[in-house]
Design a protein around this ligand. Structure first.
Ligand code: B12
Ligand code: SF4
Ligand code: SF4
Length: 253
């Protein structure tokens, strides 16, 4: 069954797949896996290698590349989950690139499920100095989604090798200094550079608006900054920095 599922997934165009035993998915800050599927037994982790368009010098084209990747990942994940239900009578919970992501004051910037912990448990790579998973073939340039299932699948072997060559290029090229401390990404520093038009920026904008005169508010609302905030909210997460990913030499031919 494992091989059939694997073949189906790769034939859809997913770049790699790994399986973790649900008990081996241990992400202390995330919710327990049973929150998503009470009788979870395995996690199927899908790896997607971004197209070169994601590294276009045009940030808008790079954004578009990631939006394309997201659409493909959604479709592939849905088709695989459907196949698991129809062919193997499985139960499933699909976890996409960034969601599910409940908003709580005491869990800021922590998603409900951690794709990195799942990917490591499913043998799809190891964490590098930049706190991202480095895949054995694709290096840092890889995005993950997961499907939790009640099927008892044989887990993939974990990666033993350290793929990070400790060149420090990710740290040196981070414009926010968010990677200064080893093993921790300073979330607020990263966010200010990677999502200048994200939720945090929107809140700042709304707070700045408070107390302004009607004429000042009108000027703020017709400014391009507000248009960018609205565009980002409409399109989804618009990341403007990929330096830690783009500067990592691992996986480049
Ligand atoms: C919220 C989020 C962010 C937030 C906050 C990150 C955070 N708090 O971890 C911000 C906006 C800062 C962010 C930035 C980026 N993100 Co982000 N992000 C997420 C998201 C949605 C949730 C992460 C989360 O819940 N973290 C909180 C908990 C789980 O993390 P943690 O336990 O504290 O783990 C940390 C440490 O423990 C450390 N660590 C130390 N030792 C070990 C050992 C193991 C085994 C593991 C797993 C971790 C680990 O690594 C973590 C970094 O702080 C995930 C998708 C998902 N659902 O998982 C993507 C995700 C992590 N992001 C991703 C990417 C690519 C990025 C960016 C490059 C942005 C971009 N331009 O695309 C930057 C890179 C920043 C960096 N170098 O760390 C990818 C990473 C892919 C990969 N190859 O690993 C993910 C997995 C999305 C995906 N589906 O592929 N992200
Ligand atoms: S995405 Fe940019 S700001 Fe965030 S950690 Fe990576 S290099 Fe630094
Ligand atoms: S850029 Fe260098 S130090 Fe950073 S993760 Fe890649 S190999 Fe490791």
């Amino acid at each position: 069954m494992e091989q059939q599922i694997r073949d189906y997934i790769l034939e859809l165009g997913v770049d790699d797949v790994g399986v973790a035993c649900a008990a081996d998915y241990q992400s202390p800050k995330s919710y327990a896996i049973t929150k998503f599927l009470p009788d979870a037994k395995s996690v199927i982790v899908l790896a997607f290698k971004p197209l070169t368009s994601c590294e276009s010098p045009s940030m808008s084209a790079a954004q578009n590349g990631y939006l394309d990747l997201g659409s493909f990942a959604h479709t592939a994940s849905y088709r695989i989950a459907r196949q698991l239900e129809n062919k193997y009578q499985a139960k499933v919970a699909t976890i996409s690139i960034s969601y599910p992501f409940e908003m709580h004051n005491d869990r800021r910037a922590i998603a409900d499920f951690s794709q990195r912990h799942a990917a490591v448990a499913a043998g799809l790579g190891k964490i590098g100095r930049h706190n991202l998973v480095i895949h054995p073939r694709f290096g840092t340039r890889v995005i993950f989604t997961s499907i939790i299932t009640n099927l008892d699948l044989r887990p993939s072997a974990r990666c033993d090798e350290d793929f990070c060559i400790h060149c420090n290029l990710c740290v040196e090229n981070c414009p926010a200094g968010a990677l200064a401390e080893e093993g921790r990404t300073d979330v607020m520093k990263c966010l200010s550079h990677s999502q200048p038009y994200g939720l945090g920026a929107d809140i700042t904008f709304q707070l700045q608006r408070l107390g302004k005169s009607p004429a000042e508010q009108q000027a703020m609302l017709v400014d391009e900054h507000y248009a960018r905030l609205r565009q980002a909210a409409y399109l989804g997460n618009q990341y403007m920095c990929f330096n830690c990913l783009k500067n990592c030499p691992v996986g480049l031919a």
